[in-house]
Ligand binder design. Structure first.
Ligand SMILES: [Zn+2]
Length: 461
């Protein structure tokens, strides 16, 4: 049967007038093409891009290295100290490269190392784009799945390997996202203070070290400014000092300082209030309304349960609780406390204390009262806040907790984490969710995915 043949050639043209031509692919099809024969096959595209990469990368490394053959200070020609080989790992395959080492110029006497590489591949030799694509998707889906997808679509060398994806993602957290966070924190520190709302919540992650602990806690939160911009953050709850530093850094990234007018909402966890006091001592603090309301609901259910034995007792208990709840909603904490304390005394009164279900009511009312007392500084006029459109619930943070922790890392998933090592992954994940990952790469690698349209122009030319 007659064949159609296409040969793809790569033509290199250099400034020196040097020109070279190499065939990078040969595509063949029968003239009688079926649907599956139309156009490039994935395997061909992979071979083609890998072949182009194999040509371009060594040439670039060599030519860039030649530009460093003379001393930048005195212009003297630098002596070669031989070559070393390395592997450049990219989206389009692993490319072996030979890199020249140059002896430092005598004019730099003693101020530098005695020799240096003519091209700086850096320690990991992973292309920024490979690191970016890997981290971006590994933050959202299991490592093994991402390894499989990348090697299906791209001529990435070696088989799909979850461990490699994991290691590269962690490295992006350490080497790209964290330095970006630090510089962003410095840059935003001088901004004028706009009011912000901050929510804190915790979630549990499965621990790798089951002998020590089954789960450990990750604190996640969100900062929302007056324009509605959201900045998520997350950190493992290790020592109080580490957590406090991580929280301050997360705030700094969002442009929040100790003098920023801030409202902090949380569920009443004492550790979270400690974080707030250390970082934002002057903040308005608000106990999440729904956490209080749920405790009222438990007490109300216990009160209604009394009705099986005595409808009158049930009605009286329910009335007391509803009045207490109404007072709390309207910012009258002292009145609420009086009502709950009276209810506690009432259940202990002798004619009542033998009633079926009274123990359960006593337990729930006692717990409710204790919870509110522990958080009394954070009790506000909820009704007025709601009228003013101000947040009274941490629901907006729970969504952050779900995004950051639950979907990818919670108890139901197989993945286990080490509390000391999880931070780079959390940093990558929040950067992806905050849409700042590409910025972090741009800062770290000049020329990475330019935003000014140069790339589009270059492609059109
Ligand atoms: Zn010199």
């Amino acid at each position: 049967m007659p064949k159609l043949v296409w040969r793809v050639k790569l033509v290199a043209e250099f400034e020196t007038g040097e020109r070279s031509e190499v065939e990078v692919a040969r595509l063949e099809r029968d003239e009688q093409a079926g649907l599956a024969d139309l156009g490039l096959r994935l395997a061909e595209a992979k071979r083609l891009t890998a072949a182009i990469q194999t040509e371009i990368v060594p040439a670039q490394v060599t030519i860039a290295g030649e530009h460093r053959r003379t001393c930048v200070a005195c212009g003297r020609f630098l002596a070669s100290k031989g070559h070393y080989t390395a592997t450049f790992r990219s989206l389009f395959g692993d490319v072996p490269v030979r890199i020249r080492r140059l002896l430092a110029c005598p004019c730099q006497n003693g101020t530098e190392a005695t020799s240096f590489a003519a091209f700086d591949l850096e320690a990991a030799t992973v292309a920024p784009e490979l690191a970016y694509v890997t981290a971006r998707y590994a933050a959202l889906a299991p490592f093994g799945k991402i390894a499989g997808l990348l090697s299906e679509l791209l001529p990435i060398s070696g088989g799909p390997n979850a461990g490699t994806v994991r290691n590269r993602t962690m490295r992006v957290g350490e080497a790209v996202v964290l330095p970006h966070v630090e510089t962003t924190a410095e840059r935003t520190a001088a901004q004028p203070a706009q009011p912000v709302v901050i929510g804190l919540d915790g979630g549990y992650v499965r621990s790798r070290h089951r002998q020590d602990e089954r789960h450990f806690e990750v604190i996640a939160g969100k900062v929302i400014d007056t324009q509605g911009r959201q900045s998520r953050f997350a950190f493992a709850r290790n020592s109080p000092v580490i957590a406090s530093d991580a929280f301050k850094q997360a705030l700094a990234v969002a442009g929040v300082t100790a003098s920023t007018p801030a409202t902090v909402l949380c569920d009443g966890d004492a550790g979270l209030w400690q974080l707030q006091r250390a970082a934002l001592p002057n903040a308005t603090i608000v106990l999440d309304w729904w956490h209080a309301a749920v405790r009222f609901e438990h007490a109300l259910q216990a009160a209604r349960g009394l009705g099986v034995a005595d409808a009158h007792l049930a009605a009286e208990a329910v009335r007391g609780l509803e009045r207490a709840k109404w007072r709390l909603w309207h910012g009258r904490w002292l009145g609420c406390r009086r009502k709950l304390a009276a209810l506690c005394r009432w259940v202990r009164r002798t004619p009542i204390c033998g009633a079926v279900g009274i123990g359960r009511l006593e337990h729930h009312v006692g717990e409710l009262l204790g919870y509110l007392e522990r958080n009394q500084r954070a009790l506000v006029h909820y009704a007025a806040r709601r009228r003013n459109g101000e947040p009274i619930s941490t629901a907006f943070v729970e969504s952050a907790v779900n995004e950051i922790i639950a979907k990818r890392m919670n108890k139901k998933q197989q993945m286990r984490w080490n509390r000391a090592a999880v931070q780079p992954f959390l940093d990558v994940r929040t950067a992806v969710l905050n849409d700042t990952l590409a910025d972090a790469f741009r800062r770290r690698y000049p020329g990475f995915r330019p935003t000014n349209g140069n790339e589009a122009v270059a492609l059109a030319a």
